[in-house]
Each structure stands twice: as structure tokens, then as C-alpha cells.
Ligand binder design. Structure first.
Ligand SMILES: *Cc1c(COP(=O)(O)O)cnc(C)c1O
Length: 483
């Protein structure tokens, strides 16, 4: 069935009319000049939109109805784990809205206990000895983890010679970016014919000049690195620290642990795996777990359990310091904690298994519809397909919008031409996966028969093909924006 946009009325952004009001300012009870100092008061009123409440309500409601999101449709955006996050967890997060980060420790024991216990759960799931919950995103966790590794080498007097971070060519773009930002030289390690890290090539790069390896597992092709133990063993023999990008933990949680694979550092994306929606620029959390030898370098504050209660520890001589204000995105931590308590270990294992089953099922359906899977190995939570010869990934993605689906990630990873990176997640039903495969089949068939049609898609959206670079680099987000 076709997809119908709910509102074809053109959206007018500038709705301000002089003198129109939607709110009443609170009665002024104190003299602002006395409060803030006369020199700090504005001389001219701020340029704010003047709109009534109903106009504001309609504007945002209409905007929201034009969104394609997890709440409206299947959203198989590879590497992003766009699963359904139970609404009850939002309620859990709301229990804590009255807290303030400057409150005395004695008055927030429950919140500190929650953070402590969440850390314990995540340590158990990753096989790590210590953890920080502070980083606000996956990439932020990466930077934190690499800075910890840097501090470790520096402490041992080895930082001067260990200047290189090795990153596989299939890595998430944030991995090389992180390494460069932390001051290291990035060297790329190729993948082999199976899409896994080329172990021999990696071994040739190892040596005293290497500080760390950053690895994503399952990798961005959705494949589990089968030689992971040989890899970590060889790296450790050369004094190299191993960083595990755990953003894809959804596929393996409860089944396999980065710590057991030999890794020294791992970051997790709570806003993928643990029940906070990913995307839209909302708050996230990227906790970083480390093995005992790296624990002294973790950022402060850490939550400690003492016989007298929970407390925040800030006096740690070797710590890399603070990486974020206060204690991180606490609401995200609450949701992750509640999710883990709700699911239990058995539930988390089942979610991981279903995410793999869904990906493998959809992969087989798409192969029957003419899509190619160049690295058809042990698929975990996602896979990378290519459209039938002659079709472009971008055109397939645009045509999917007319079918009512959010497109998959396209043109990533870079090692696959015309890549469609598809991650169905565990929360989708078989009916949804079947319907998506049908739609992909229709698009392939019609696109091959009628190239002009597919180049023109989408046809049913309020806007068609955008200048994506401009939309990204120069968005108009402010009232009264002038070019
Ligand atoms: C999403 C993702 C990241 C980055 O996480 P952000 O929270 O978006 O910064 C890093 N690595 C991989 C493999 C990812 O999928």
C-alpha cells in the first residue's frame, strides 16, 4: 500500500506577527537592575518570534507528522540500532526529574546507587573491571577511552614511541577521527576477502610504535571477527592496547564479552543498545569500561560504595580529569538501568539472538529479490547488501520513502560499492520484515524496467531530493535567519 503524507499544506516557517502573544510574563517582583546590575540589562528587546499558542502548537504538530521515525515506520538504519524502546522507561527516567547535580550526596543516595549498580551490570556484560558513565555519546566514549590509553602509555614512559593507532578499513568513521583527535597517527588495516580484519597485514603493522588498535566487533559489515583471539594475543605481545568499539553490542549482549576476547577498553552506546532512542541529536550516553590496569586513568567523578553509603570520588591522582559536566546524561542512565532490570540476563540474550535472527532472515529474503550480499559471512545484527546491477543505492533509498519505510544507511561502509547497510533489530515482527522485502523487490523490478522513474523518487514526500550537503552544513534553524 502506498504511503500518504498526512498534511500537504505548505509549511510556513516565519509566522511571527508584531504584537501577537502566546504567554504572559511572570509578574516582576524584584528590580532586575538590583539583581543583575544595570550594566548587564539589555537595551533593546530580544528578537523573538511573536506568536500565539495555537500557532506554535500547530506548527510543531505538523512538523512532527512529516517525520519518518521509529514511531511511524520500520527504520532499518544500519549501525544505529533503531529499535523500539519501551515507553515505560521514559516514566522511570521521569521519577528523577526533581534532582539537582549540586545536591548534597546524602540526599541523592538512590541516584548514586542506580549509577553504581548500572556500572556493575555493564561491567558484567562486557567483562571489564572498572567503568565511567560520563561520556555523552559513542564518539565521546571513544575519545575518553583513547585518552585513557594515552595516559597509560605516558605513565609508563612509552608515549613518545607509541604514536600510531591501527584502525581497520571497515571501521566506523568516528574511530580514525577519535585517534587523530587524541594526537595519534592513524594507520589503516585492510580487510580480507571475507570482510574480516586481514590478520597477517595487522601483524605486520604491530610493533613498539603502536599505541592501540581500535576495532568494531561485530564489524560494520555485521560480521563477527572469527580470529579475534589471535588478533588480541598478537597485539598484546607487542604491548599494544586494544580498544573495542562496542556500539554494536546489541548483537552479542549476554553471549560474548569484549573483556573475554582480550580487550582493554570498550565503550557502549546506551542510546542504541539500552533503550534510549538513537538519532535526532537527543541526549545519549557512551560509558567506557576498562581492565584493572587502566582503572586509575578513568575520568572523575566515579561512584564508590562504602559502608556509610555511596559517594562521589574526585581525588584520583592519575585520572584524565572530567570529560563532561556533572555526572553525564543521567536520564539515559536511568533508562538503561530500568531496561536491564526489566529484561534480565535471559531477556537481553533473547533480544540479541532475535536481532541476529531478524537480520539473517531479511538477508535471505533480499537475496531472493535480486539484491547482492558481497560479504555473506556470519551475519550478526546487520548486513550490507547491494542493489541489483544497474541500480544505485541512493535511488533505492529514495524510492523506499514512497513505500513508507525509512531507508537503510547508504554508502557505508566504504569498502562496499553502492552499500545498503540494513539493521532490522529484534523489535520488528516477521510481517514487517516480509513487507519491507516485498517493497525492496518492487523497487528493484520497477527501477530496472524504468530508470527515469527511480531517478525521480520520492514522489509522495513534501520535499523531494534535497541538497543534502547544504541541509547538513547550512541548516536554517533560527527564527529570523538571514543568508
Ligand atoms: C553509532 C556508532 C558510533 C558513534 O556513536 P555516537 O553516539 O553516534 O557518537 C561509533 N561506532 C559505531 C560502530 C557506531 O555504530
Amino acid at each position: 500500500m502506498g504511503f500518504c503524507w498526512p498534511d500537504q499544506v505548505p509549511l510556513i516557517f516565519e509566522r511571527s506577527r508584531k504584537g501577537r502573544r502566546g504567554t504572559l510574563a511572570p509578574r516582576r517582583e524584584a528590580d532586575p537592575a538590583a539583581l543583575f546590575g544595570a550594566e548587564n540589562l539589555r537595551k533593546t528587546p530580544p528578537a523573538l518570534p511573536e506568536v500565539d499558542e495555537l500557532t506554535v502548537l500547530r506548527h510543531y504538530t505538523n512538523l512532527s507528522r512529516r517525520q519518518v521515525g521509529v514511531d511511524t515506520t520500520f527504520y532499518p538504519l544500519g549501525s544505529c540500532t533503531m529499535k523500539y524502546n519501551p515507553r515505560v522507561l521514559e516514566e522511570a527516567a521521569r521519577l528523577f526529574v526533581g534532582l539537582h547535580p549540586y545536591q548534597d550526596e546524602g540526599t541523592v543516595q538512590g541516584a548514586l546507587r542506580l549509577m553504581f549498580e548500572l556500572g556493575e551490570y555493564l561491567k558484567a556484560l562486557t567483562g571489564m573491571d572498572a567503568i565511567t558513565l560520563q561520556p555523552a555519546a559513542g564518539a565521546h566514549g571513544e575519545l575518553t577511552g583513547i585518552l585513557v590509553i594515552r595516559a597509560y602509555h605516558e605513565d609508563r614512559g612509552e608515549l613518545k614511541k607509541r604514536r600510531v593507532v591501527l584502525v581497520p578499513d571497515s571501521a566506523h568513521g568516528s574511530n580514525p577521527a577519535t585517534s587523530a583527535m587524541a594526537g595519534f597517527e592513524v594507520r589503516e588495516v585492510p580487510s580480507d576477502a571475507d570482510g574480516e580484519v586481514d590478520l597477517e597485514a595487522l601483524k605486520r603493522e604491530l610493533g613498539e610504535h603502536v599505541a592501540a588498535i581500535m576495532l568494531t566487533n561485530p564489524n560494520t559489515l555485521g560480521l563477527f571477527e572469527r580470529r579475534i583471539l589471535s588478533l588480541t594475543e598478537a597485539a598484546h605481545a607487542a604491548g599494544v592496547q586494544l580498544y573495542y568499539d562496542g556500539a554494536n553490542l546489541n548483537a552479542i549482549m549476554g553471549w560474548a564479552r569484549p573483556g573475554d576476547m582480550g580487550f582493554d577498553v570498550v565503550h557502549l552506546n546506551l542510546h542504541k543498545t539500552f533503550a534510549t532512542p538513537h538519532g535526532g541529536g537527543g541526549p545519549g550516553a557512551g560509558p567506557v569500561g576498562v581492565k584493572a590496569h587502566l582503572a586509575p586513568y578513568l575520568p572523575v567523578p566515579l561512584v564508590e560504595k562504602t559502608p556509610a553509603g555511596y559517594r562521589l570520588v574526585t581525588d584520583r591522582a592519575k585520572s584524565i580529569g572530567r570529560v563532561r559536566s556533572f555526572l553525564g546524561n543521567f536520564g539515559v542512565l536511568v533508562k538503561a538501568y530500568a531496561y536491564i532490570r526489566l529484561m534480565g540476563l535471559a531477556g537481553l540474550k533473547r533480544a540479541a539472538a532475535l536481532s541476529v535472527l531478524n537480520a539473517r532472515y531479511l538477508k535471505e529474503l533480499l537475496k531472493k529479490r535480486g539484491y547482492r550480499v558481497p560479504y555473506d559471512g556470519p551475519t550478526m545484527h546487520e548486513f550490507v547488501a547491494q542493489p541489483p546491477e544497474g541500480l544505485r543505492a541512493l535511488d533505492v533509498a529514495k524510492a523506499l520513502l514512497d513505500e513508507g519505510f525509512h531507508p537503510p544507511t547508504v554508502y557505508f561502509p566504504l569498502i562496499v560499492k553502492e552499500a545498503l547497510m540494513i539493521e532490522p533489530t529484534e523489535t520488528e515482527s516477521r510481517e514487517t520484515l516480509d513487507a519491507f522485502a516485498e517493497a525492496m523487490g518492487r523497487i528493484a523490478e520497477r527501477g530496472l524496467a524504468d530508470p527515469e522513474w527511480i531517478k525521480g523518487a520520492p514522489y509522495t514526500t513534501p520535499v523531494r531530493r534535497l541538497d543534502e550537503v547544504k541541509a547538513n552544513r547550512r541548516p536554517r534553524l533560527r527564527f529570523g535567519h538571514r543568508e
